[in-house]
Design a protein around this ligand. Structure first.
Ligand SMILES: Cc1cc2nc3c(=O)[nH]c(=O)nc-3n(C[C@H](O)[C@H](O)[C@H](O)COP(=O)(O)OP(=O)(O)OC[C@H]3O[C@@H](n4cnc5c(N)ncnc54)[C@H](O)[C@@H]3O)c2cc1C
Length: 348
């Protein structure tokens, strides 16, 4: 039995919610505070793709992350009675003959065939998108409805703990004792996403900002059967509505939507569909990313009670649930963290 402890979590995005749920499941008290202004989790298309198309490799630790994520989201869905987790096939329209060759080399290997369909004549002649080199279909791909997940996750935590809308005032925290606004916590866990930059204790870590823009389209003529992918993604989200995304912009910190990004996405869209559509929304967000493409988890080197869970990057919805479980088990002293995510790699 784990001894009950009390934790303050800063940030109710994907990170803070996954960590909060696991802390409660391990028998702890949770207070979750969030400024109410989310820059990433709510903007995300929430796609879960077990492959990395560029190199046609498996996503990092996907064999562990994927089954856990599937269970986690479907349980939250049934606990909250909200529609959160949506399996949908991804069809990759190959960008080159080389890409198709890479697929063919892997599709029958037991470690890949769990995620890749064998290419058929129909895939080669698929004609709803521009088909220059054929296409391949992914198994076990899905998307998480971000807004429902965030609402459901906060509701779930509220039932078992406390959720407060408030920007944390760093000056009111004593890092040595873990006292915040007069209450002592056993741990303060920062899940601030890209806003980590202004954190007095962890702001020196390389949580970089990768801006992303997405469009929401409506069309009664585009097929809603599959999520299409080539240079961009076109994800059907029901009711003749689609997310088209996403851009990757590195040299900027703002969340301003730009015509340049819109034009770029619409040009790429032409590869996936020539059907008429309307643009109903244009959003921009910031992905918290780490230069070595691994999250940062762990304890502050000087203050035992301060912890961080950040840097989920582009595959956040796939990796967050199991990483949060491992993080909470680490906080409880049950396991070591995966070497690749440890904060210590930046404190040599
Ligand atoms: C355009 C775009 C598309 C994406 N598409 C996908 C996708 O398809 N699949 C996928 O897996 N991932 C995708 N991502 C990435 C994914 O969104 C992130 O990996 C993930 O959401 C990061 O979650 P987070 O909780 O760490 O950060 P955030 O979502 O940024 O949450 C941090 C929270 O902390 C709060 N906060 C920060 N500082 C304070 C403070 N001092 N006091 C109080 N509250 C504070 C903020 O208000 C915020 O709510 C996408 C991201 C973008 C921008």
């Amino acid at each position: 039995m784990t001894q009950e402890k009390s934790y303050l979590i800063i940030g109710a995005g994907l990170s803070g919610i996954c960590v909060g749920i696991h802390l409660i499941e391990n028998g702890h008290q949770v207070t979750l505070i969030d400024s109410g202004k989310n820059l990433s989790s709510i903007i995300a298309a929430g796609q879960i793709n077990p492959l990395v198309f560029r190199r046609m490799t498996k996503s990092w630790r996907v064999d562990e992350f994927l089954p856990y994520a599937e269970k986690f989201y479907t349980k939250l869905e049934s606990d909250t009675n909200l529609s959160i987790y949506c399996p949908i096939q991804i069809r990759r329209m190959f960008s080159s003959a080389h890409e198709k060759t890479m697929w063919l080399e892997k599709q029958n290997r037991p470690d890949f065939s769990i995620y890749m369909e064998t290419i058929t004549d129909e895939d080669d002649t698929y004609d709803l998108a521009q088909n220059d080199f054929g296409s391949g279909r992914i198994k076990r791909s899905s998307y998480v409805k971000a807004a429902q997940f965030l609402t459901g996750g906060k509701e779930w935590i509220k039932k078992h703990g406390t959720v407060i809308t408030q920007k944390m005032n760093y000056q009111e925290l004593d890092p040595a004792t873990g006292i915040y606004q007069g209450k002592e916590y056993d741990g303060i866990i920062f899940c601030e996403g890209s806003e980590n930059l202004s954190n007095p204790w962890f702001g020196n870590l390389p949580v970089e900002h990768t801006k992303g823009q997405v469009l929401t389209l409506t069309s009664t003529e585009i097929s809603q059967e599959e999520s299409l992918n080539r240079k961009c993604f076109l994800l059907p989200i029901g009711d003749c509505t689609f997310r088209l995304g996403a851009t990757y912009e590195w040299q900027t910190n703002d969340t301003i939507v730009t015509n340049e990004a819109k034009d770029d996405l619409l040009e790429k869209f032409q590869l996936l569909s020539q059907k008429p559509f309307e643009i109903t929304e244009h959003l921009a967000g910031i992905r918290p990313t780490i230069p070595d493409r691994r999250p940062i988890l762990g304890k502050h080197p000087d203050y035992e009670k301060l912890l961080i869970f950040n840097g989920l990057g582009t595959k956040g919805y796939l990796i967050a649930p199991l990483l949060a479980k491992e993080f909470v088990d680490f906080v409880d002293g049950k396991v070591e963290l995966d070497r690749e995510v440890r904060i210590e790699r930046f404190y040599k």
